[in-house]
Design a protein around this ligand. Structure first.
Ligand SMILES: N[C@@H](CCC(=O)N[C@@H](CS)C(=O)NCC(=O)O)C(=O)O
Length: 207
């Protein structure tokens, strides 16, 4: 086993991508192990017993330790670097946006991307069909809140790029994949996306 952290992942997942992007921006080498979530490879008894009892990727493996939850993995890689603000309030504010991502943004913007592109409308359950407009409305609210905030500043917190930007970029820049969001409605978000993509070391998401 190498000394590098190992990312257990599914390449098209934004939650996995945000960890690869953090590692790339920090020039931190990581190994990658692929699982096909469409074939239930994160639900096998072996995966549940050894990698993540919650049956999901991403998981960052550090030696014998396994760290599920994408934003925790980003934090593990970035602590002590320029991607985590030194100022105490800004550091907490960065976490605020990372919690916002997991509560207000990802369950709507990312879930609709997965439902529309991977599951397919023809295969929706009644519950999924009923939830689409609810999640679309909530996703729009999350994007509008980001847009309003970014209209007056370059980065979500402080004066520089931080994990808050990386974690929210992951699913924001592909929000249109679901066909249910239009990024042109959020001009400040679009300019922020361009700023992130111009960062030295930036790597694009993989399909
Ligand atoms: N809150 C978790 C979400 C993890 C998650 O939902 N992973 C999805 C892919 S993005 C997954 O593993 N799905 C496969 C499954 O649930 O079986 C994180 O941020 O890492």
């Amino acid at each position: 086993m190498s000394d590098w952290p190992i990312l257990h992942e599914y390449a098209a997942s934004g939650n996995c991508y945000k960890i690869r992007l953090t590692a790339a921006l920090l020039e931190t080498p990581i190994e990658r192990r692929a699982y096909d979530i469409m074939k239930g490879e994160t639900r096998t008894p072996d995966f549940l017993a050894t990698v993540n009892a919650n049956g999901r990727i991403p998981v960052l493996q550090v030696g014998d330790h396994f760290l599920p939850e994408s934003n925790a993995a980003c934090f593990y890689l970035a602590e002590g670097t320029h991607l985590v603000p030194h100022d105490r309030f800004e550091r907490a504010d960065m976490l605020r946006w990372m919690f916002f991502e997991q509560y207000n943004h990802e369950p709507n913007v990312a879930t609709l991307r997965f439902w529309m592109r991977w599951v397919g409308e023809d295969n929706f359950s009644d519950l999924q069909r009923a939830l689409v407009p609810v999640k679309q409305e909530a996703g729009k609210a999350a994007l509008a809140l980001m847009d309003e905030h970014l209209a007056e500043r370059d980065w979500l917190t402080g004066h520089d790029l931080s994990l808050a930007d990386i974690c929210l970029y992951a699913y924001t820049h592909v929000a249109e994949d679901s066909g249910l969001f239009t990024l042109a409605d959020y001009p400040a978000v679009r300019r922020w996306i361009e700023r992130i993509e111009a960062e030295p070391g930036f790597v694009a998401m993989e399909e």
